[in-house]
Design a protein around this ligand. Structure first.
Ligand SMILES: *Cc1c(COP(=O)(O)O)cnc(C)c1O
Length: 395
């Protein structure tokens, strides 16, 4: 017996990522593979760096895709910046801050935790106190868009605070890049990492990063070697850096990078600000529908992310049953709660290509059908109209 080819079903992806991949990107992935040192490929690498600078709103020359998922982008920032004994202030208001702490410890650094409730944004006052009481701290690390809760933190203010206390910053922008306002240079962010499968709507497996000069100074003047050979930017730069002759470091994921290039072309054509606005508008429409149904958001409106909508599961409703019915009957994936929010919320993603009218129509319609069949305590027959009112409004 031979094993047949794998043919996945066609799903609508409205969870915390991956998001729906644009058909143009899927098509780009199937273009002919060429050598990763082929001059034509090298030219595409250069274009990709420029397009990433646009997406990040930065002129940092070191702006490039790491050949591994968002988590490797996280590690790239930590292993290059944190030296043994370095004190790092880590903000935690969800799952991903916890991973930052792990990274600091594994680099031999000393994490100082600033904790906030899940669903809240990072508290500026607490961070300021931590910076004041730890004046030997070298780095402040935080998550801009916490995908586990849907809360946005004030990156601009946090970076300003860090700089006032002579700290470099590590910013997780895995879920914010392409989905909500993010300005690396204007905000003075020193190092940042993201992922391809959230608001860039590309396939998973690549991590865009950007480092400014201040951060690179620290990397160049390290006392000790970077503990990871693969992620050591001193070595990676020989391959991705500009101006120099490219030296083999690892084989870039050639076709995956065609996909990223295509996704960034799509973003450039739409315009970054238009992309932010689209996410907002789709969020407002989804929210109108969900609230008309009687569902409520866990994150305060003032710091709610448009691309990640965490809503409370109504009393007495079987979380797993709802999600599996949406998947099996409507080919629709929404996300479960993570960690402290497991079983308490659904996370509905509106990321990149998923943030469009047909997706929210399906989501609201399918959710209402499943919940009303399960006799959940929701209002029926009003959500679609509420949603459509937003969609047909001007802005
Ligand atoms: C998804 C995500 C990551 C991890 O990215 P992977 O590609 O899954 O490794 C890190 N941080 C945040 C905020 C995320 O949403």
């Amino acid at each position: 017996m031979t094993t047949p080819s794998f043919n996945p079903p066609v799903r609508t992806l409205m969870g915390p990522g991956p998001s729906d991949v644009h058909p143009r990107i899927l098509e780009a992935l199937s273009r002919p593979t060429i050598g990763h040192l082929d001059p034509v490929f090298v030219e595409m690498m250069e274009q990709t760096k420029g397009l990433l600078q646009y997406a990040f709103q930065t002129e940092n020359p070191l702006t490039m895709p790491v050949s591994a998922p968002g988590s490797a982008g996280m590690e790239t920032c930590f292993v290059n910046l944190v030296e043994p004994g370095d004190k790092v202030i880590v903000c935690q208001n969800g799952v991903f801050g916890g991973r930052m702490k792990e990274n600091v410890e594994r680099c031999g650094g000393v994490p100082v935790m600033v904790e906030d409730e899940w669903g809240k944004s990072v508290d500026l006052g607490k961070v300021e106190t931590a910076l004041e009481t730890n004046n030997d701290a070298k780095i402040l690390a935080f998550v801009h868009a916490e995908t586990s809760t849907g809360a946005r933190s004030d990156a601009k203010e946090l970076v300003e605070l860090a700089h006032r206390h002579d700290c470099l910053t590590i910013v997780d922008a895995v879920t914010s890049l392409g989905g909500s306002e993010l300005k690396v240079d204007d905000w003075g962010i020193d190092t940042i990492y993201s992922g391809t499968q959230k608001c860039l709507s590309c396939t998973p497996g690549i991590a865009p990063i950007s480092f400014n000069e201040r951060a690179l100074d620290k990397v160049r003047n390290r006392q000790s070697k970077v503990q990871s050979w693969f992620l050591d930017l001193n070595l990676v730069m020989g391959y991705w850096g500009s101006g120099q002759k490219r030296a083999y470091h690892h084989t870039a994921p050639v076709n995956a990078l065609y996909g990223l290039h295509e996704s960034l072309c799509i973003l450039q054509a739409e315009g970054i600000e238009s992309a932010w606005q689209r996410h907002n508008k789709m969020h407002t429409a989804l929210k109108a529908g969900l609230e008309a149904m009687g569902l409520s958001f866990i994150v305060d409106e003032s710091h709610r992310l448009p691309q990640l909508n965490a809503v409370s599961i109504p009393e007495g409703v079987d979380d797993a049953m709802v999600r599996s019915r949406l998947l099996n009957e409507y080919n629709l994936e929404i996300g479960a709660g993570l960690g402290a929010l497991a079983g308490k919320v659904w996370r509905i993603g509106l990321m990149g290509h998923s943030a469009r009218a047909e997706n929210i129509l399906l989501c609201i319609g399918a959710l209402e059908a499943v919940l009303s069949e399960m006799n959940a305590p929701i209002n029926t027959g009003v959500a679609l109209a509420a949603m459509q009112q937003v969609l047909s409004s001007e802005k």
